[in-house]
Design a protein around this ligand. Sequence first.
Ligand code: HEM
Length: 157
Amino acid sequence: MARRLLAVSILPLLVLGLTLGLASRANAEEGSQSLYDRLGGVYNIALVVDDFVDRIVDNEILNANPQVYAHREPLRFPGLKFQLTAQICQATGGPCNYTGMSMKETHDGWMITEEEWQALGVDFKASLDKFGVPEAEQQELFAIVESTKGDIVVGAP
Ligand code: HEM
């Protein structure tokens, strides 16, 4: 009788333990997924970049900067989309190899201001929202973008 009672009281604990164990393993696997995987891979990144570049090339705040406007060349838009996609793919842990110029070299001497930086951020957020990128992934992407600010914005640390 005592043995039966023991078995009856241990069984639910075993089931609970197994369930929790499996759940935490699933969480660990989810947590170890790269940002690239969580975004859904290079096609999803390209989708966001395509929309984002379409926005920034028509952004009045950015085009008011003479250096930026001078580099606004429609025949180069697809190339810019390609480079940006490869850059984000690589930075998020994907299997891409960004071969473009460094951020410092590319934007050197363009005197990009804080206001222009903010305007770019608004466009980026609009594209991320449009394709339903979750808040946590958006924050990670913004942290990557933010890490380039010192090389792009004049006077930024
Ligand atoms: C307000 C901020 C920024 C402005 C106004 C700006 C503008 C531009 C422009 C006009 C080009 C030249 C495109 C061409 O050569 O035809 C360019 C190139 C590029 N930008 Fe930016 N950009 C800004 C910030 C950023 C940020 C935050 C990133 C990525 C983190 C980025 C990544 C690139 C890349 C990858 C290229 C192409 C480089 C290459 O062709 O080798 N830019 N940008």
